[in-house]
Design a protein around this ligand. Structure first.
Ligand SMILES: *Cc1c(COP(=O)(O)O)cnc(C)c1O
Length: 353
């Protein structure tokens, strides 16, 4: 079996679930598991996810995949339905679509079978949702129908300057709420940074998987443990002399004599090809070494310098002790993408199951 695998640590996930429940205080926690649990794999996480009381995904197809795995809890659809007939499936399956515009609202009002739903408010992100001025009319249209409440989403809750997030919360908080309606607003960042926004349900994704949404605070600072480790191994080593090139386009040229390691890791695994040579570090043993040259479909090159490591040596691309947030910064991206982009070719190993 190819030596590139993601190790999914269920003890870490259990720890994060407990930690986030404590952080949420009186609010309840739904697990955001869209994009196959940010690339971790819902199936691999099943023993822990079974204990959660509610899920959120992007769309009905993702919700059906949860049902196929035997998860029976309510599932919120963050992008709502894409056609009127999906509402029948939602009603039959216990999916709760968010309604973000007049078109979805009309489909809902005319649906024969009505699932529970949520009214999505655009409090300032300007991606999806009813403008605050349109909310009273939408609420009136839902009078007597099984709408659970109001939902919104923050654009900037991960930033050091919280003024935009605070302004969004003030807009949302000022909306009149019919009796019995609930509210949900906070993602991972707001759960930590904007306690007033926790409301009835918080919706962490990133933090559930043990990653920090904040540039200046690590997951460990937040009391979270990384769930995913991406492991590879050295397939070959080469001694190159100064001036020799390596990899496609000779994208690496040695500036001194030394060793290169070839590792199993490529864009065919979902690892970004666009990284600049030398910017991203992997860990071999206790030391960090740079990825150099061009990332190919199946392989990448690591500059070892004078260090000759044996073929078969384990390589940690990211994971416990080599945070994905740090690797993402080196790669010029965010941790969300590094886990979510992992392709099905990467094997999964479940730890502490
Ligand atoms: C993805 C998403 C979340 C979770 O966000 P994190 O930053 O991963 O915690 C919550 N709510 C909505 C609407 C989302 O799209």
């Amino acid at each position: 079996m190819r030596s590139l695998w993601k190790e999914v640590d269920l003890a870490a996930l259990r720890h994060n679930v407990r930690m986030l429940a404590a952080q949420a205080g009186a609010a309840r926690v739904m697990a955001v598991v869209k994009a196959d649990a940010y690339g971790h794999g819902v199936a691999a996480l099943l023993p822990v996810l079974r204990e959660m009381s509610c899920f959120a995904v992007a769309c009905m197809e993702e919700a059906l995949a949860l049902r196929a795995l035997g998860l029976a809890q309510p599932v919120l659809l963050l992008e709502g339905v894409f056609a009127a007939d999906e509402l029948d499936v939602c009603a039959a399956e216990g999916f709760e679509p968010w309604l973000h515009d007049g078109r979805q609202l009309e489909w809902y009002r005319h649906a024969a079978a009505k699932p529970a739903c949520w009214l999505k408010v655009d409090s300032g992100m300007h991606r999806l949702g009813f403008a605050p001025s349109e909310v009273p009319q939408a609420v009136a249209a839902l009078q007597g129908l099984p709408c659970r409440g109001l939902a919104t989403h923050f654009a900037c809750a991960d930033e050091a300057d919280l003024s935009h997030a605070e302004a969004q919360w003030r807009v949302f908080d000022a909306l009149p709420l019919p009796p019995g309606w609930l509210r949900t607003a906070a993602n991972s960042a707001a759960l930590f940074a904007l306690p007033q926004s926790r409301a009835d349900w918080v919706r962490p994704g990133l933090a559930l998987y043990g990653m920090s949404p904040f540039a200046g605070r690590s997951a460990a600072d937040l009391g979270l443990r990384p769930v995913l480790g991406l492991h590879s191994a050295v397939l070959a080593t080469h001694f190159v002399t100064r001036g020799e090139g390596a990899g496609y386009g000779c994208g690496f040229v040695a500036t001194e004599d030394g060793y290169l390691a070839t590792i199993a890791l490529g864009y065919g695994d979902g690892f970004p090809r666009a990284i600049a040579s030398g910017t991203v570090q992997v860990r071999i043993g206790a030391a960090a070494f740079p990825l150099v040259g061009r990332v190919a479909m199946d392989m990448a090159l690591v500059w070892l310098g004078r260090e000759a490591v044996p073929v078969g040596s384990p390589v940690l691309v990211f994971g416990d002790g080599h945070p994905v947030e740090m690797v993402a910064t080196q790669a010029g991206t965010i941790p969300y993408t590094l886990t979510t982009m992992l392709s099905p070719r990467v094997h999964t190993v479940v730890k502490n199951g």
